[in-house]
Design a protein around this ligand. Structure first.
Ligand SMILES: Cc1cc2nc3c(=O)[nH]c(=O)nc-3n(C[C@H](O)[C@H](O)[C@H](O)COP(=O)(O)OP(=O)(O)OC[C@H]3O[C@@H](n4cnc5c(N)ncnc54)[C@H](O)[C@@H]3O)c2cc1C
Length: 297
């Protein structure tokens, strides 16, 4: 079977890495080896790959910028798919953007600001790709990415390309109905606005992140979703858990909803600390925190 997988992957024309450390592909720098790490360059390759995977019932997972994922220390027994090449292209015409899902979100935010287009400026410091952001409806208190999406192109897990219009997608707080598909292209509609107004937001957002987040550390952003009308960071902080550590991972002393990999932190340490925080919050407040990061076992 292994030989068949390799042969098929090479016939598809993608770039294949075997036993690839997932720690190299996540902002937490945690995760064991993936059996196959496959870089896909265009839609045709993606369709062929998904058809092959479906037919042979192979385990797989899509990765974007790896900024919202925790992979296990044992790694991944199957194929990790990363979009590259054509999926990194974008085109801006008047106030409309057509954008490959592997484009970096923060980069797109800056490029559109430069064209005096408003709508993506709040996402300037969010790491990762447009596809990852759409999948999880990323955003800030002010705005989520769903509010500027006009249309999407996807390939479903059977390998069929589809175009989704507004009536087809559903977004909630850090959640979408875009399951069982690979988001390949996004169509945004933005608003022509005075560049200074957009730059003001960009500066404010950048400054806020600099002051309230552990910039330059190995982390995956907020670990937990905010409970309704409250903030997970505030709740965790109220339990004096800033700086609390297990193994080589610890709660940030700047933002209590961030867990930092200090050096050689493991997924086991992360999961233990996540469970510990959840239990403490449940004991004290009766609140069940839900993780925002995707935990892949
Ligand atoms: C310092 C820091 C700050 C952050 N700040 C914020 C913030 O302010 N707001 C916020 O919402 N998030 C924030 N995050 C979390 C994270 O950056 C976002 O969730 C981001 O949108 C994830 O994108 P990604 O490409 O890294 O996705 P990944 O982490 O690679 O993947 C996340 C999920 O998306 C799926 N996925 C990825 N690409 C595709 C695709 N093309 N098609 C289908 N599914 C796909 C993956 O399978 C996975 O389930 C922060 C993270 C860090 C490290």
């Amino acid at each position: 079977m292994n030989k068949n997988i390799l042969l098929e992957l090479s016939l598809i024309g993608c770039n294949i890495k075997q036993n690839e450390p997932l720690s190299k592909h996540t902002t937490l720098c945690i995760g064991g080896n993936a059996d196959y790490f496959v870089e896909i360059f265009n839609e045709q390759q993606l369709i062929l790959l998904l058809k092959f995977i479906y037919k042979n019932k192979i385990k797989f997972y899509i990765i974007g910028g790896g900024s919202n994922i925790l992979f296990s220390d044992e790694g991944f027994r199957g194929i990790i798919i990363k979009l590259c090449g054509d999926f990194c292209r974008y085109c801006i015409q008047e106030n409309k953007i057509v954008c490959g899902s592997a484009v970096n979100l923060s980069f797109l935010s800056k490029i559109t600001a430069d064209k005096e287009l408003s709508g993506l400026e709040y996402f300037v410091g969010i790491p990762g790709t447009v596809g990852g952001a759409i999948y999880g409806n990323a955003g800030t208190k002010n705005m989520s990415i769903s509010s500027v999406i006009d249309k999407l192109e996807i390939v479903d897990f059977i390998g069929i390309k589809k175009i989704l219009n507004k009536k087809d997608f559903n977004f909630e707080y850090r959640k979408s109905n875009l399951q069982n598909c690979v988001i390949t292209k996004a169509f945004f509609v933005l608003k022509k606005t005075d560049k200074n107004d957009i730059l003001k937001v960009i500066l404010q957002e950048t400054d806020k992140r600099r002051k309230t987040q552990p910039i330059g550390t190995k982390n995956a952003g907020c670990i937990f979703k905010n409970p309704k009308n409250d903030s997970a960071g505030r709740i965790i902080d109220s339990l004096n858990l800033k700086n609390y550590s297990i193994g080589d991972v610890k709660v940030s002393n700047i933002h209590a909803n961030f867990i930092i990999n200090e050096n050689n932190g493991s997924a086991r340490d992360m999961l233990n600390l996540i469970d510990f925080i959840k239990n403490e919050v449940k004991k004290k407040y009766g609140i069940s925190l839900e993780t925002e990061i995707k935990i892949i076992k």
